[in-house]
Design a protein around this ligand. Structure first.
Ligand code: XIL
Length: 302
């Protein structure tokens, strides 16, 4: 294949990107998005603050624009994200206890119902585990509603859209020897053993020099897949440039290709100038939309 999506499709996988509303204002970026990618994640437009700005008043206009464009152009959509400690609307940040639990479940239900039938996979819960060596849950207002908040969110999402795959998504879970990786693994194992509905695990894969692509990435992806879930690289970006950056992107592609249930890779934006990372050049296209060495490395590896 001569594009990322075509080359990935030859391996039975998808190749996706995050997409922001402002991509519609830049025909160059929009053309690259359409040409290269066949899975779309809204970068911010389907998050809790965007979709429920005031309680029980849902606003789907920005999310719908992205989802409709994707579907009209023959692409699939990863929904991101139904429940998260970050990018909550202000009204939710101020809630706690049973009130917050019910608000969260209402949000999951309403948003998943709105997009029912249009979503390949939902990031039902995002970033619920702490960094460091504790292996504990992240402290957050949602966590303080009770340890079962994650499974409650998954059950609500399954009821609302039975056709969507339901994913748990997190970062710094790439290295098999990290406590956070083990903690998420144990949660997924527990969910599978108790019949909590979970279909996939997303690995954000935001890498930099202090947090490089681990050499045991294939082990991590394979071990999760062996629990009976799909695995996906969901927000890939790698700081750096030139051949060292290209080699690291290649390593991520190799790790995914080595695991049958690694169903696809999504990069977190199209051009370096679109990246959420204020410094650096972590994506596959430069600010002018030219293909970088990292792009060629990924394409050749697929
Ligand atoms: C980021 C977006 O890219 C930024 O535009 C926004 O300001 C903050 O969120 N983990 C996630 C993504 O799951 O939703 C985050 O996206 C990046 C880290």
């Amino acid at each position: 294949g001569s594009t990322l999506q075509a080359a990935a499709a030859e391996t039975g996988r998808y190749f996706g990107t995050a997409m922001a509303g402002h991509y519609f204002n830049n025909s160059g970026t929009l053309n690259i998005t359409n040409r290269e990618f066949n899975m779309i994640t809204a970068e911010n437009e389907m998050k809790m603050d965007a979709t429920e700005p005031s309680q029980n008043n849902f606003n789907y206009s920005s999310g719908d624009q992205i989802v409709n464009w994707a579907l009209q152009n023959g692409k699939r959509v990863r929904g991101h994200a139904l429940a998260w400690h970050s990018q909550q609307p202000g009204w939710m940040q101020n809630q706690s206890g049973t009130t917050l639990r019910n608000s969260m479940l209402n949000h999951v239900t309403k948003v998943a119902q709105h997009y029912k039938g249009k979503i390949y996979a939902w990031d039902v819960v995002n970033e619920a585990f702490a960094d460091g060596s504790s292996g504990a849950r992240r402290d957050s207002n949602l966590q303080r509603t009770g340890n079962d908040w994650i499974e409650a969110a998954f059950r609500a999402a399954r009821s609302a859209d039975p056709g969507a795959k339901l994913c748990y998504n997190d970062y710094n879970t790439d290295n098999w020897s990290h406590a956070k990786t083990q903690a998420v693994y144990n949660m997924v194992k527990d969910f599978k053993s108790r019949g909590v509905p979970i279909d996939c695990v997303g690995f954000q894969a935001h890498f930099n020099s202090g947090n490089p692509v681990p050499s045991n990435y294939h082990t991590t992806l394979g071990n999760f897949a062996a629990l009976g879930v799909d695995v996906q690289i969901t927000e890939l970006d790698i700081e750096g440039s030139g051949s060292s950056q290209a080699d690291q992107f290649k390593g991520v592609v190799q790790a995914c290709l080595s695991v049958a249930r690694c169903t696809g890779i999504t990069v977190w934006g199209v051009k370096d100038s679109d990246s959420w990372r204020s410094s650096g050049t972590p994506l596959l296209f430069d600010g002018s939309g030219n293909k970088k060495q990292a792009y060629t490395s990924v394409l050749n590896q697929l």
